[in-house]
Every structure is written in structure tokens, then in C-alpha cells.
Design a protein around this ligand. Structure first.
Ligand code: TYD
Length: 209
């Protein structure tokens, strides 16, 4: 069976501005060019219900959510996304390429927000029966993250979570790096610096494509 003959579930992870969306799109386009059915999606979101929860999570109106409520909302959005979009796609043999998944909750609500990793995983077990991607591509960016975030903030367009302080985001990045070290078979770490086409080639190589 060739690598693309059965569906695989690939997630992209990383901090703010790591280029996940671009790389997810480039991977989806490359797979489609090979004749593979691909569902390109994102979190939080991907289904109408999950997109509605995304609005609740990222809106800068009102006082926002505590870390626990936030984790529950992400898990609820993911549950809808998995049940209605991801599992059916995998079931019919399509590939699923997802911009963020469970490891974002572990890094943001766990590493950044201080919740226990076991609790985040317990929510995922309840919400999504513990579904994990076949491979998670962690995009790391050495330069530019801080500049990117400050530029966003200056333009006043940061969302509720992206707009948190640099210490929060440093903890998020530390957490992602720890996860990749702890589970090297589940993660491929790809340097996100450089031209998108070069990063894309590194992503394809990491996937054995
Ligand atoms: P996204 O729109 O993908 O932002 P970005 O373009 O920076 O990747 O995600 C919105 C925000 O939600 C982002 O700051 C990360 C955060 N997030 C969590 O805190 N937990 C999660 O489980 C997910 C999926 C996202």
C-alpha cells in the first residue's frame, strides 16, 4: 500500500506566527496534486459548532474565561470537530490536515495556563475518545516571533489568547518542545524559519513523502 493509499491524520503545531496555516495549506495542496482526498481544517473550529465556540474563546469582549473553563471549551470544540468532521474523513480513507489539535491545549492551557497535563488528556479522553494524529509537525521559529506578536499587538488585532504576555507564550513554546522530546515518534520537529517552499519540502520529508 503506498503512503497515500490510506488516510492519515496530520496536525501542525507551534506558537503564534510559526507558519502553521501556510504549511497546512501547502501540504494539503501537495497531497491533492497526487490525487489524494484531503480535509484541511483548523482548531479551534472546523465545524459550525466548533467555530461558534471559537468565537466565544477568542473574542476580546467581556472578561474572558478562566483556565479551566477555557480548557473545557477547547475540548468541547474538539469533540464536535472530531465527531462530525475528522473521524468521518479518516473513516472513508481521506487524509486530514489540521492546523492545531490536542497538543495546543496541552501547551496553552497546560504550559501557559498552568493546568495539569493529565487533566487536559482526561478532557480529551471524554470529548474525543483520545483520538491522536498519526503525526504532529511542530514548527519552530528561532526569529521573528516576538516581533510578530508585538506588531500584532500594536495593530490592536490580537485575539484573547494570542494577546497574552510574552511569559505566557514562552511557557507555551517550552511545553511544545518538551512534548516533542518526550514523544519523538509522535512528533516531527521542523524549523519554520526560511522560505515557505523550503519549509514545505522539510515537512514532506518528515512525512516520508
Ligand atoms: P489560531 O487561530 O490557530 O491562531 P494562530 O494563527 O496563532 O495559530 O488559534 C487561536 C488561538 O487559540 C491561538 O492563540 C492558540 C489558541 N489555542 C489554545 O489556546 N488551545 C487550543 O487547544 C487551541 C486549538 C488553540
Amino acid at each position: 500500500m503506498s503512503a497515500s493509499a490510506r488516510g492519515r491524520f496530520i496536525a501542525f503545531e507551534g506558537g503564534e506566527g510559526a507558519g502553521k496555516s501556510t504549511q497546512a495549506r501547502l501540504l494539503a495542496e501537495a497531497l491533492r496534486a497526487r490525487g489524494t482526498e484531503v480535509v484541511l481544517t483548523r482548531e479551534p473550529g472546523g465545524t459550525p459548532g466548533a467555530e461558534a465556540i471559537r468565537g466565544l474563546l477568542l473574542s476580546t469582549d467581556g472578561e474572558g474565561w478562566g483556565a479551566r473553563a477555557e480548557a473545557l471549551l477547547f475540548a468541547a470544540a474538539r469533540s464536535d470537530h472530531v465527531e462530525k468532521l475528522i473521524r468521518p474523513a479518516l473513516g472513508r480513507g481521506a487524509w486530514v490536515v489540521c492546523d492545531r489539535f490536542l497538543d495546543s491545549s496541552r501547551a496553552y492551557q497546560g504550559g501557559g495556563g498552568g493546568l495539569q497535563d493529565a487533566d487536559i488528556r482526561a478532557l480529551h479522553a471524554i470529548g474525543s475518545e483520545g483520538l491522536l494524529p498519526d503525526l504532529t509537525v511542530l514548527l519552530t521559529v528561532e526569529s521573528g516571533q516576538t516581533a510578530y506578536r508585538l506588531a500584532l499587538r500594536d495593530r490592536g488585532v490580537s485575539d484573547r489568547i494570542g494577546g497574552r504576555d510574552l511569559a505566557y507564550h514562552a511557557n507555551v513554546l517550552d511545553a511544545f518542545n518538551r512534548f516533542a522530546l518526550a514523544e519523538p515518534d509522535r512528533f516531527a520537529v521542523v524549523e519554520g524559519d526560511g522560505p515557505p517552499e523550503a519549509v514545505h519540502r522539510a515537512v514532506l520529508a518528515a512525512l516520508g513523502l
